[in-house]
Design a protein around this ligand. Structure first.
Ligand SMILES: NC(=O)c1ccc[n+]([C@@H]2O[C@H](COP(=O)([O-])OP(=O)(O)OC[C@H]3O[C@@H](n4cnc5c(N)ncnc54)[C@H](OP(=O)(O)O)[C@@H]3O)[C@@H](O)[C@H]2O)c1
Length: 152
């Protein structure tokens, strides 16, 4: 990334579909609130349906017409990840941008069910499932350049 990079350097996202995990707060919310007003359709993936919807409302208040869609995704539950991936594949078919943001950096060690570390799999194991359809549809996991636009 070049020095002095800013949101203005984001390639034109109009017509792209993006998933942002952990979009209900923190960095994920900021990323979603940056992409949607620029024309991307952003799927707000979050553990809480209410917080995801609320994030969409806030983005819409700041940028009327911004296209967002809230969906539950708990990356500590592979069942939730599978449900999300199946829903996304059926509803959208193609993914242009995947922001694997959700996760925790600190806190005590803990395990989810099935017993996975709640810290490591959120960033690696849990996100590999939504990443798979992403790779399959974009054919790339490389640096920020969008694939060819879909016909309108
Ligand atoms: N801020 C930093 O300085 C920093 C530094 C290094 C790395 N990071 C990484 O950057 C990412 C975002 O950080 P942040 O500062 O924005 O943290 P944050 O404010 O705590 O937000 C983390 C987001 O991840 C979500 N999340 C946590 N566990 C999840 C799970 N099992 N399934 C789905 N979503 C889950 C949270 O959802 P809930 O609202 O449901 O809790 C929240 O939306 C994290 O991966 C963090 O580890 C941040």
């Amino acid at each position: 990334m070049k020095a002095g990079w800013s949101a203005a350097d984001i390639p034109e996202p109009t017509g792209r579909t993006a998933i942002v995990t952990g979009a209900s707060g923190g960095i994920g919310y900021e990323i979603a609130a940056t992409l949607a007003p620029r024309g991307a359709h952003v799927v707000l993936a979050s553990r809480s349906a209410d917080r995801g919807i609320q994030a969409g409302v806030l983005i819409g208040q700041g940028a009327p017409g911004a296209s967002t869609e809230a969906r539950v995704l708990d990356l500590a539950s592979l069942e939730s990840v599978r449900r999300f991936a199946a829903w996304f594949s059926e509803q959208h078919g193609r993914l242009d941008v995947l922001v694997n943001n959700a996760g925790i950096a600190g806190g005590p060690r803990a395990r989810s069910r099935p017993p996975l570390s709640t810290k490591w799999p959120r960033g690696d194991c849990g996100t590999s499932r939504p990443s798979s359809p992403a790779s399959a549809t974009t054919g790339s996991t490389g640096p920020p350049s969008w694939p060819a636009a879909r016909p309108a």
